[in-house]
Ligand binder design. Structure first.
Ligand code: NDP
Length: 242
């Protein structure tokens, strides 16, 4: 059976993506870092709708932990494979560069860029041998435009955009597509500390986006209908920037 795999699926955009993909009748492996109760809530939401999902906790920044978790999953699922991978796990830790600490730089890069590498290289082989797959990387407006106070986050997301375009060309002949989705301001825990009333005035549509709106786009990119789209970065930002 074909599975989807969503990193950072316990909350926010990853939760909405997990639910949207489960509605397409594809079972979902929900990865998360440490918030068990939030992960359980995503699972419960999916099961309440008659969907299938399972939890797989590991830190995407730890290559050995990623390998161990994926090897175990594959051993437990000899007849199944991951068809759709959504690299969504990400953090922000903002500071003006003059004040930025090593740890702030490294942790943000390690999560978005390192996480993309650690997980994708392990799941790619099955997609190539099965001659089909979808890789969808959640990047950001910050990776396209650059955002002051976010040199770490903007660099991490821009790097994933570069990797998306390179990998798309590597694997296209095997019918594996690789795309990036670049949200603007989306209402999740990650943006809870932002002044939404002020920032929404910058958005032509006049509001923050909802995780479900991003999930609808990701779900489309995961579908058979999106088979001819690859190497693209698709913005979803209420008109803030194109
Ligand atoms: P949230 O903070 O709401 O959720 C983050 C998710 O990532 C959680 O599930 C968390 O797990 C998981 N996670 C964090 N670090 C790790 C790790 N090391 N290993 C495994 N999982 C991890 O974030 P959002 O939903 O807002 O963001 C999701 C993605 O979308 C991120 O890549 C973000 O950069 C991107 N994005 C978000 C925007 C926004 O406005 N919200 C805008 C543009 C891009 P746990 O619950 O266990 O902590």
């Amino acid at each position: 059976m074909k599975y989807a795999f969503v990193t950072g699926g316990s909350r926010g955009i990853g939760r909405a993506v997990s639910i949207a993909i489960a509605r397409t009748r594809m079972p979902v492996v929900i990865n998360y870092a440490g918030n068990h109760s939030a992960a359980q809530q995503t699972l419960a939401n999916i099961e309440a709708e008659g969907g299938r999902a399972e939890l797989l906790q590991f830190d995407v920044t730890h290559a050995e932990a990623v390998d161990a978790a994926i090897e175990q999953w594959q051993a437990d699922h000899p007849d199944d494979h991951i068809h759709t991978l959504v690299n969504n796990a990400g953090i922000r830790d903002d500071a003006m560069m003059v004040f930025m600490q090593n740890q702030q730089w490294n942790s943000v890069i390690d999560t978005s860029l390192g996480g993309f590498f650690n997980v994708t290289r392990r799941l790619l082989k099955d997609m190539l041998t099965k001659r089909g797959g979808r890789i969808i990387n959640i990047v950001s407006l910050s990776g396209l435009k650059g955002m002051p106070g976010q040199t770490n986050y903007s660099a991490a997301k821009a790097a994933v955009i570069g990797a998306t375009k390179a990998l798309a060309q590597e694997v296209a002949a095997r019918k594996v597509t690789v795309n990036a989705v670049a949200p603007g301001f989306i209402a999740t825990d990650m943006t809870q500390d932002l002044d939404q009333d002020t920032l929404k005035k910058l958005v032509p549509i006049g509001r923050f986006g909802q995780p479900e709106e991003v999930a609808a786009l990701v779900s489309f990119l995961a579908s058979d209908a999106a088979a001819y789209i690859t190497g693209e970065v698709i913005s979803i930002n209420g008109g803030l920037y194109t």
